[in-house]
Design a protein. Structure first.
Length: 199
């Protein structure tokens, strides 16, 4: 795959990711939920930290995370460029492009959303607000895709957890997260084809 095609894939993912996030930010109040299907919901949350809502504690935790993401994107970008120039497999190039697009999509939120949107609590956010909710490098990542495929209870006879609620799949994520997960999945599932070298 050529570098131009890889960049096109990255651009398409970024465009869909950012359009979906901007739509959610400007049309949903934080915590608002809409059922698309019984097992698929749009639920607007904002993620202050890493995957699965993990946060780095301390006054500079968010800044450190954003700077780490920027360095990671530069490294992944070089990996993509190097892989294309070494004529690596299309599996590898697509996987790297997906991971890069996803990482870059979430970086846009972290870097800019704090200064271009106002707060989403109890109100619809305004794009290019005069009263932004944060500052540069301190934005929140927008998540909205929720697939509670199973929403039930553990049987009463199960020790310790019987009667407790059980949900699968409980994560809330975005298009960028999907791209990263798909890219990593390609690296794992198609490992032999991804890193195959002609002898």
């Amino acid at each position: 795959m050529s570098l131009r095609k890889a960049y096109l894939l990255i651009f398409i993912i970024l465009l869909v990711d950012q359009l979906s996030k901007i739509y959610i930010k400007t049309n949903f109040v934080l915590g608002e939920e809409v059922s698309v299907l019984t097992w698929f919901k749009i639920l607007f949350i904002e993620n202050e930290g890493m995957a699965w809502g993990t946060e780095i504690p301390g006054a500079y935790g968010k800044l450190f995370l954003t700077l780490f993401r920027l360095i990671a994107v530069i490294a992944i970008g070089y990996w993509l460029w190097d892989s294309v120039h070494k004529s690596s497999s299309n599996y590898l190039i697509v996987a790297i492009a997906l991971i890069l697009a996803g990482a870059f999509g979430n970086i846009i939120d972290s870097v800019f959303y704090g200064v271009i949107f106002d707060d989403s609590h109890h109100q619809l956010a305004t794009l290019f607000s005069e009263k932004p909710y944060g500052k540069l490098l301190h934005g929140k990542v927008v998540d909205m895709l929720y697939f509670p495929i199973v929403d039930s209870q553990f049987p009463a006879w199960v020790p310790f957890i019987g009667g407790n609620n059980f949900k699968f799949f409980n994560a809330i994520f975005n298009i960028a997260d999907m791209a990263i997960s798909t890219g990593v999945g390609i690296l794992i599932v198609f490992n032999k084809k991804t890193f195959h070298k002609e002898i």
